[in-house]
Ligand binder design. Sequence first.
Ligand code: DGY
Length: 395
Amino acid sequence: MFLSGVSWARACQFVRSSPQAFSPPQPSAPIATLATSPPLVHISYDVDATVIVREGAQTTMGKPRVYVTRMLPSQGLDLIHAFCDATVWEGELPPPHEVILRQTREADGLVSLLTDRVDGALMDACPRLRVVSNYAVGFDNIVIPDATARGIPVGHTPGVLTETTADFAFALLMAAARRIVEGADYVRAGQWKTWGPMLLMGSDIHHSTLGLVGLGRIGAEMAKRAQGFAMRVLYTDVVRREDLEASLGIEYAPLEDILARADFVSIHTPLTAETHHLMNRERFAQMKRGALIINTARGPIIDPDALLEALRSGHLGGAALDVTEPEPLPADHPLLTQPNCLVVPHIASASATTRGQMAEICARNLIAGLKGEALPAGLNPEALGTGRSALPRAW
Ligand code: DGY
């Protein structure tokens, strides 16, 4: 009979007062015979140090151990709890790196967030780790080649947040162009005295030019939204997407052209070594005077000092940022003193439906990796069947 409801971690607690200090014994060596309520329970390790829980004459296998670095929506967490022995960090702030290291040291799987750095050093400190599932579509927090080299499949959450994020990017564009947040603040501050011919004038969205830096899934959805506003849409990307140009009514242009022509520049590229501070002083200087920039991708794609200068000098008309460098942006950061800089706390994908779907994909990636199966949304399928992912399993 399976020792139902008793995880291997809990079982270990029966025999050791300090499970953190526990180190696996030699393969297959019985380590304890517990005189709990009958029948007797034996715990031993198989050859790859996976726990097998035995009760009486029958043998059954334990659940994989996983560490989850934040509370996730139940659509994902319930699946994780059903298949795994999961430890979940319940704090609002991310766990410190030492805590992740300690908690993952004996884990088979890790659910990480974009705030958690997962690199070769962490993987080496966690020798059982065989799958990493990131609760985000972006994965710049994970060193994928390090994972691949160790045969650790990595998953992310593409697709489900595409439209939600594009909706939000367009909402930021509209809010910044039409000064909606400034207007609301003005009213709340009791400054609204009368209708004013020149009060809070903004920029037109309809028939303006939108420049997309990056035409991935979210960039393409942004183009669709722009069609409804009769905007001209230019895009740039490392790969020209002629297949989408006619259907989306978009025009390819080099970055310099886009910056020179666009009234709105919206960033939709991943953060890589090439895109780090892509928007620097020179590039802001190339932007059309009075243009606005929107960023829902990753903060470090924009050099914040260069942005501040461009806003202060009046060269840029405004900025709307869901992501910043650093994150969070300190409350006394000079960008927050600029009335034409709208900053929100990295919430572009934060609809209840989308975050639930992200959690489910994240859980399915984790469980597939633990089972040695292809991840539904894997980033390095070549890792499967090699290294850690090929270790024997006992669940
Ligand atoms: C992501 O998924 O990468 C977003 O930044 C958060 O949803």
